[in-house]
Design a protein around this ligand. Structure first.
Ligand SMILES: Cc1cc2nc3c(=O)[nH]c(=O)nc-3n(C[C@H](O)[C@H](O)[C@H](O)COP(=O)(O)O)c2cc1C
Length: 265
């Protein structure tokens, strides 16, 4: 195993960008996309340093990431574990690090450091993608924060970014997972402009989309990551009623090809 392994999940490239920058600044570092581990029942990590880079979904940890952590077993060589949460804005309205701390604790592993980095929100049912100038400013500020995080990680600093005291958010995340997520797949629709290229099926991290008569069909395992919607080349996919008038997003330094490679082999 390499000295450092970074596991990540990314639908629209924000977390992938952070993981890429980390890997190019940390010696002997391997990147591992979480969807690649889906078939494994147990994952033994025999590295010195372990990183996790993930988006926040509904103020907390995406369920596929929680399921991944529950499979982990750590060798005694592991001496530093860090997590980075990418988000639209809600560092101070968030419970991701609190949740991760508990998830790692249950696996017998301390989470030594946790960071938030504000990027662009992929949750367009709620708000539109900002204008190009604002988008660039936000991503430039994120790159500055990534530089500072790398410095702290390289000196193995023990540090937690604050998430505020707003614990009811953990309840909202649980409610979403239990009561809303199971029927999320019913909210997708596909316009006439669909070319049947199947990019949506290929980018789905849980292989939840099948093509029927050149049209996507969403099954019940949807994680609501919105990769299908944002990465559709003809912008033919909608989610609910509000996305029709809204722009799509992908981190400008991450290609669709890279995100495709991240999915299940
Ligand atoms: C279902 C869903 C829920 C989200 N919830 C939040 C949230 O609670 N707070 C926030 O700031 N951003 C939220 N976002 C935005 C993402 O966390 C953010 O865009 C993230 O950087 C996406 O990372 P990725 O490009 O690696 O997938 C949400 C996005 C999705 C798809």
């Amino acid at each position: 195993m390499p000295k450092t392994i970074i596991y990540y999940f990314s639908a629209t490239g924000n977390s992938k960008h952070v993981a890429n920058v980390l890997a190019s600044n940390i010696e002997d570092c391997r990147l591992c996309p979480i969807p690649h581990t889906a078939q494994e029942e147990s994952i033994y990590i025999d590295a010195d340093m372990v990183g996790l880079v993930i988006p926040t979904h509904y103020f907390g940890v995406p369920p596929l990431v929680a399921a991944f952590i529950r499979k982990l077993k750590f060798a005694p060589s592991v001496n530093y574990v860090f997590a980075i949460i990418t988000s639209g804005s809600s560092q101070y309205l968030n419970s991701s690090l609190k949740q991760l701390k508990k998830l790692f604790f249950v696996q017998g592993q301390e989470l030594h450091a946790g960071y938030h980095v504000q990027m662009i929100s992929s949750y367009i049912p709620l708000s539109d993608i900002p204008a190009p100038e604002k988008l660039q400013q936000t991503l430039a500020a994120a790159d500055k924060k990534i530089e500072r995080m790398i410095h702290s990680i390289l000196i193995r600093k023990y540090h937690y970014d604050s998430e505020g005291m707003y614990t009811p958010l953990q309840g909202i995340n649980r409610y979403w997972q239990k009561h809303l997520l199971p029927s999320t797949y019913t909210k997708f629709s596909c316009r006439e402009s669909c070319t049947g290229c199947a990019t949506c099926a290929k980018v789905c991290p849980v292989k939840n989309i099948t093509m029927a008569g050149q049209r996507p069909q969403w099954r019940k395992d949807c994680q609501e990551c919105l990769a299908c919607l944002h990465l559709c080349p003809s912008e033919s996919i909608e989610f609910g009623k509000r996305t029709a008038a809204r722009q799509r997003y992908r981190h400008p330094q991450v290609t669709v090809k890279e995100l495709l490679i991240d999915r299940l082999p």
